[in-house]
Write a protein that binds this ligand. Sequence first.
Ligand SMILES: C[S@@+](CC[C@H](N)C(=O)[O-])C[C@H]1O[C@@H](n2cnc3c(N)ncnc32)[C@H](O)[C@@H]1O
Length: 284
Amino acid sequence: MTDPTNQAAAGPATSDHPAQHSPADPDPGPAGATGSNVSRDSLELFTRSWQAYRHVVDLDLMEHRALTAALETLLLQRGGGAPLGWMADLGCGDLGLLAPILRRLPLAGLIGVDAAAAVLPLAAARMEGSPFPCQWVSADLLAWSEARRDQRVADPHAPGAEPLSLVSCLFALHHLDDAHKRRVLEALRPCLAADGCLLVADVFRADGEDRPTYIQRYLQRVASQWQELPAAERQLVGDHLSASDFPAEREAFRQLAAAAGWRSRWLWNGSHGAEALLLLEPSR
Ligand SMILES: C[S@@+](CC[C@H](N)C(=O)[O-])C[C@H]1O[C@@H](n2cnc3c(N)ncnc32)[C@H](O)[C@@H]1O
């Protein structure tokens, strides 16, 4: 991994090339200007030890294969007709899951947003030679969503304020508490085209399950079923999820979304009662 000295940013640093913080946009520290709970600790797995997450994906321990198949079906359906506008992937990481699918979509362009600046060059490499332009933004996803919303409200015709055809957020929202998840859902709603959609793949708590019970359940799963992952990486994953994972309850999340102007339906549910994919479309 590259040295992750630039980990969390509240204000976007945008570039067609992988971004680092601009001098005018200093690292705001763990709380960030928006109060989002993106922190150096929570990003540790994705910067210093990105390789551990790649192993989890490659070993299919979180059922990324089935999830990707569901995502592919939906995205290719959306991309099967007229050309699409811009897409944003929030918490894009290295785009390992999405890059092969996105390349096949008739997008006007792609914006990859991640608080961990060190992963953006990996995402850029995966999209190298794509038929549409890509922008890489080192920013907190909540700060980026609210800034985009504000830009659209101020001048919907300004460059950079175009309605988005697609927004995806895969395994990133659970790092925010529910109040901040709600703000993301509220901010994104006016950013979408009327026929656009938001895809959220994430871990969720069962209805009525509290966070300690969920964390315990997931730790047991890691200990008993993730033996293929080296012990040091299992430890890292366990430490990370104990400290930094705040999954929403399934139905509570749909209610948050409904209040923010989205109708939603589950497109895929993993077999462990945690991972799931939700499709959200504007309801008004
Ligand atoms: C589990 S990885 C998922 C990466 C990718 N979406 C995937 O599914 O392979 C979570 C990603 O979200 C990013 N992330 C976490 N909290 C974030 C925040 N508040 N704003 C932006 N990115 C965030 C991390 O840096 C990391 O790259």
